[in-house]
Every structure is written in structure tokens, then in C-alpha cells.
Write a protein that binds this ligand. Structure first.
Ligand code: DGY
Length: 303
């Protein structure tokens, strides 16, 4: 982007402040933010605004006020498709870490507290034959379902708001009659819905109470989907067997009570963090900028 478009880079790779972003809105024609750069209406709608394309480096766009963009005539693009496998792989990683208590084991060993092999030590849960319930049935959910079915013989249940027909490559899967039906039947619940007002605290205390005793919750979607105070309570009471979380509501802050909650595996938003995926995301953002500059249709337009 620097070579082709003379881009100014965020050279130290830290999230930009609201002031910096608001200033950037007046300085550039195109902005390429990430999930760590919130763009509410107040930052977008600044006097002297110049930006007309926001080419987001990432697929989720809940950090951008899309209504404000539409109102202000700012086009928005994202990077769908290229982070599917990496994010699904990480969801599987979290599922296995939570079920097999790998986080607890690593912490114990590093703390010098391992006393040696014993029959009852950190006994976890096998994934084989268990029911994986996916909330949302987009690309990442389907990829996770395929991996879980093919590798571990898991049964696949999913919840989506409209009736879904199987696509090529999908594993055998059953669409749950309702969210509650899925929550009551799954041994592992994995979240794959977008963030934003519509899904805020979809997994609240009532939803957690509907989950099976000893079940696991996996979240690689957005932190806002889960009520973390309720989740910490469900882990502490022993109602849930564990939780694997890669995303949090106000990153990089970790919600209170989670870090020491039993069975919690916490990762710092690594879903798309492979060299291959991050390069592919960059190529997608670049293609969107190039199309915009050439006056062509935007390949990945979301607003
Ligand atoms: C996304 O793309 O939305 C991820 O959360 C960051 O890669």
C-alpha cells in the first residue's frame, strides 16, 4: 500500500486513539483500521472530513458505526473468507484446551506445582462422540463443524435464524429448533455470530443456566456476545466444565473474575493470527482500496 498508494502506516502497530482516528478522517481519502480501532459516529462525523473509504483489515465490522458511514457517504469494506480456517482452527484449539484442561496443566507446570503422574490428575473430557452446538452457521462455524466432525466424530447441531440448506463440504449437521434447544443439547457451545446490538449478551445468565451441566463455551466471535460476569459465575459454581475465549468486550481488558475462574482458557484475540491469513487479509484490503481508486465495484463492500 505504501508503494502503490503512498500510504501512511501505523508503524508501531498499536491501536489508534479516538483523537488520532478523528484527525486521520480529515487527512486521508482512505482509512484501513483494524478491530482495535473503534469508529463510532463521533469519530467519523468530524468537521473537514475527507475519508470516503474505510477498508477494514478484518472481517468483523462491529467497531465501525455502519449507519453513520451510510449517512455520511463513506463506503466500508472488510476481508471475508480468508480467515475462515485460521479462526476455526483456533476455536478447535480452545475447545481442546478447555476439554483437556491444557491451560490449567500448563499453568501448574510453569508454577513448579506438578507433583508427577497420578490417575486422578487434571482429568478432562473427551471430544469423541460429543455434541458440538454452533450458534451461527457462517463460514467459520461450518469450518469448525467440519474439523470437529472429521477429526473427533463430534455430532453437529447448529442454530441459525433462517432455515439453512447444506453446502458442499458441510459435515452432517442438524439445525436446532431453537437457541434454547441447542443450549440444552450441546456438550460444547461455540459462538459464531457477529458482534453488535443484536447479539449483545445473547449468552447471558439464563442462556448459561440452560447449558448442560459440565458443558463448555467457546467464543472466537466477539466478546460482546457473552455476559462475562454471568460466565464467571457459571464457571465458579461448577455448572460449566470450562470456557475457551479468544475475544473480550473491551480488549485488551479482561473482564473481572475471569482470569482466575476455574476452567477458563483465555487467548489474546489470536483467531486470524497466522502469517498466511494476515497476508491474505492484507491482500483483500489492498484489492478493495485499488478497486475504489479505479472507480470499480468494491469486492467486499459491507456499507
Ligand atoms: C476479524 O477479522 O474480525 C478478527 O476478529 C480479527 O482478525
Amino acid at each position: 500500500m505504501q508503494t502503490r498508494f503512498g500510504a501512511t502506516l501505523n508503524a508501531n502497530d498499536t491501536p489508534m486513539s479516538a483523537d488520532t482516528l478523528a484527525h486521520a478522517m480529515t487527512e486521508y481519502d482512505v482509512l484501513c483500521p483494524t478491530v482495535g480501532d473503534p469508529l463510532p459516529a463521533g469519530v467519523l462525523d468530524v468537521p473537514g472530513r475527507r475519508v470516503r473509504l474505510i477498508a477494514n483489515y478484518g472481517v468483523g465490522v462491529d467497531h465501525i458505526d455502519l449507519d453513520a458511514c451510510r449517512r455520511l457517504g463513506i463506503a466500508v469494506t472488510n476481508t471475508p473468507g480468508v480467515l475462515t480456517e485460521a479462526t476455526a482452527d483456533l476455536a478447535i484449539t480452545l475447545m481442546l484446551m478447555a476439554m483437556r484442561r491444557a491451560g490449567e496443566g500448563e499453568r501448574e507446570l510453569r508454577a513448579g506445582e506438578w507433583t508427577g503422574w497420578r490417575p486422578t490428575h487434571l482429568v478432562g473430557t473427551a471430544p469423541q462422540g460429543k455434541v458440538l452446538g454452533l450458534i451461527g452457521w457462517g463460514r467459520i462455524a461450518r469450518a469448525m463443524a467440519r474439523k470437529a466432525h472429521d477429526a473427533f466424530g463430534m455430532e453437529i447441531l447448529f442454530h441459525a435464524r433462517r432455515p439453512m440448506t447444506p453446502e458442499a463440504g458441510d459435515p452432517p449437521a442438524v439445525q436446532a429448533a431453537s437457541l434454547d434447544a441447542l443450549l440444552g443439547a450441546a456438550d460444547v457451545v461455540s459462538l459464531h455470530v457477529p458482534g453488535g446490538a443484536d447479539t449483545r449478551h445473547l449468552i447471558d445468565a439464563a442462556a448459561l443456566a440452560r447449558m448442560k451441566q459440565g458443558a463448555f463455551l467457546i467464543n472466537t466471535a466477539r466478546g460482546s456476545v457473552v455476559d462475562h460476569a454471568a460466565l464467571a459465575g457459571a464457571l465458579r459454581s461448577g455448572h460449566l466444565g470450562g470456557a475457551g475465549l479468544d475475544v473480550f468486550p473491551a480488549e485488551p481488558a479482561i473482564p473481572e473474575g475471569l482470569a482466575d475462574a476455574p476452567g477458563a482458557v483465555l487467548l489474546p484475540h489470536l483467531g486470524s493470527a497466522t502469517r498466511e491469513t494476515r497476508e491474505a487479509m492484507g491482500r483483500k484490503a489492498l484489492a478493495n482500496v485499488a478497486a475504489w481508486l479505479a472507480g470499480q465495484d468494491l469486492p467486499d463492500r459491507v456499507a
